[in-house]
Design a binder for this molecule. Structure first.
Ligand code: SF4
Length: 181
């Protein structure tokens, strides 16, 4: 497991913002939450996947959402901030423009990979043996009780990308999907 620190993550983000002429969000709480999310994801997956998105835990699938993601530059250019609002434009940083709400630009097909990750060989064998049996998978859906934002993830996001509510304000919606092999 990769070990990192918030300070390391912060320095990396600051250096990257400087290189590209961006700024880190002026919202201190949001910044802290996002840096913590990046640190946790880096330790969990071995790469700092976006703290506002569900990762598939397969590098090839997650490549486009490793921070800074492929969508940051067009989002900052169009909206003044990236999807998570970690990176912002000068205008947003200086308060001339409000911290915006940024719509998801990542294609749905790529998002879907996170819900159907590669099945490890051992489990695949097991699934074949149980071909006629019902398999239950239970993706978790979380919703923000403050603004209604919904997201598929193993755990609630650290910060709501829409209203900035903390993860404690997320509640799980129970789902059940049955698949017959
Ligand atoms: S949306 Fe922002 S925080 Fe998330 S991966 Fe992209 S650049 Fe990083």
């Amino acid at each position: 497991m990769t070990q990192t620190t918030i300070e390391k993550v912060r320095k990396r983000a600051e250096a990257d913002a400087k290189t590209f002429g961006y700024y880190l969000t002026p919202d201190a709480d949001l910044l802290q939450g996002l840096l913590e999310g990046l640190k946790i994801n880096e330790e969990r997956y071995g790469y700092p996947s976006c703290p506002c998105r569900l990762a598939a835990n397969v590098f090839e699938y997650d490549r486009d959402i490793i921070c800074p993601c492929d969508y940051r530059d067009p989002d900052v250019a169009e909206f003044g901030a990236c999807y998570c609002r970690l990176y912002v434009s000068k205008e947003v940083y200086e308060g001339k423009t409000e911290l915006p709400t940024v719509p998801e630009r990542r294609p749905l097909a790529k998002q879907a990979k996170a819900f159907t990750p590669a099945v490890p060989p051992r489990e695949e064998k097991q699934l074949t043996a149980e071909k006629e049996e019902m398999v239950e998978i239970m993706p978790k859906i979380w919703y923000c009780k403050q603004c209604g934002y919904m997201v598929f993830r193993e755990e609630p996001p650290y910060i709501c990308p829409i209203c900035k509510a903390k993860k404690e304000l997320f509640a799980e919606i129970k789902t059940r999907i049955d698949i017959r092999g």
